[in-house]
Design a protein around this ligand. Sequence first.
Ligand SMILES: [Zn+2]
Length: 621
Amino acid sequence: MSRRWVSRLAGFVLGSFCLTGTGSAYYFYVHYNTRTGPFNNPIYEKFDVNALLGGTVRFFISDQAPVMAPGDSFQAIVSEIRSAAEVWNGVGSSGIRLAYGGLFTAGTNESAPGIDVEFSDNIPPGLLAMAGPGSTGSAGPGGTFVPITRSKLYLPRDLSQVPYYGPIPSYSEQFFVTLVHEFGHTLGLQHTLTSSVMSTLWTSASSKATPLGADDIAAISQLYPSGSFAATAGSISGRVTLGGKGVNLASVVALSPSNPAISALTNPDGTYEIDGVPPGQYFVYVHPLPAAAYGESTPDNIVYPKDVTGTPLGPNYDSFVTQFYNGRNGGTRDTVQAQPLFVYAANSTPGIDFVVTSQKFSPVSTVRTYGYNTQAGVYVSPAPLSVGLKAPVVATGSGLLQNNVLTPGLSIGLLGSAAQVTDVVAYPPPTQYIAMYVLVNFTAGPGPKHLLFHTPGDLYVLPAGFTVVNDPPPTISSITATVDAAGMRAVLIAGSSFSSGTRILFDGLPGIIQQTTPDGKLLVTPPPAPTLTVTPASLSPGVDTLVEVVGVGTNFIDGQTLVGFGTSDVVVDKVTVLSPTHLRVEVVSNGFASTGGISVTTGLGIISQAVGSQVTVTNPQ
Ligand SMILES: [Zn+2]
């Protein structure tokens, strides 16, 4: 098994900057303007939203198509990449947007802020993808953040046979969720340990249906806050110490039986602040970073924060005992004794301090769970469980087994009372799995539930160890090509457990469910494939040019239509929607450029050659 990870791709230059107070949260790419402290003013790497037109950062996809899994297409890959980026645009409290800028010629380097998606042979075996800020500018005097100038996102150049994974088709859940994760890195988010999309694959609870966790939403909103964000969320702060000294890179987590987890890593002096916490009641616990797993160069592959000289500041502990806050220094491993906190909007809850006890290593860490979908015959992570049914859940991870039997003293429970965990057994060797039954109570609400792994003297918390669902997962048993009442191409989909929330995706884009037939099949029309005619065919450097775009089957919407030309050389000054099928675009180009690389984003749809749309370029003469 392997994992996604982040790599730093280039160095950066830090200027000197003044300190302004911001808290720490989740995990970003962090710098400190000091060697000795205080460390309560982390400086983050992020895009300069104010310098981006419409707060939108463009991503460009290499025109060097990868080797594809059987049945896949480059159009589908581009479409799924776009859909994954769109996930981040759905966060209302975030002030940054991603937009597809078109294809770019591999090997070209651009300096304008943006994100390059490339297919690479240089992804180490066992890793699915890698991404991160590739180059950053100087924070400069008075700078409060380090501006990202270019981020890089690398996918395997051979998707037909990825080492350890096999074929990775673009329609797979793994491809999509990995892309959402990697786009998070390109925007400035690091790994967390709370089962969000920014967790590594070991503990990720993300799915195509629900890719983002509360921690992801808090993280992106904290890095790029939009107007009302600070007023709607609260914060928790405190300090973690060991032997009287601050603990660097401890993970502090807020969660409750009914609230998903939001976490932060501590500063080098042990201080922490979890911002962006939705109002409510929470338990808070602190746990150590796990040991670096296979393929990781640091614990959880965290890129360590750097001091003013650029020196990385790694963890200053081996491990320590996990504990819940209980209002006293010692904390507790008994969640019944944990003291809940109330978080109020626009308010801070300070003084949530922990004194932790050192140990050499944590007995249990890095656990991944699976449910079994009997209808589809597949394992699903995290397990979707319905109330009132005793369902099997499978787990694998560090410290669950010793010599092929259950670790002595291991017991598994739940935070809260939504379910009972029983019948914990080890699978026969050499399989490194354990199994348990989970019975969800009728009073349990839907959503993620948190598992507790007790061992003698320690505790491991797995946020979102399973998910309570109202409806079982849908399955598809057959697809038949047909036409709808209007004569448009359509498909008839047979299967089970379709509900009002069911979406049918075509290369990541939702089709329109026209009707449910009397025998329960869905009649679905795929997203239309519009065409564009673009005039003129090319742009000259330094000249203001009016580009006319006439569409067939388009629905250009005023104020929601973005145009890109696949290169940062072409700057779009103004887009005027003359009609749902006619655009006028004012551009200035820094070099000769074809208008054939145009992509038009309108509402949720994007039209460009790269996604298989027909684009015709013409010259006015
Ligand atoms: Zn990663």
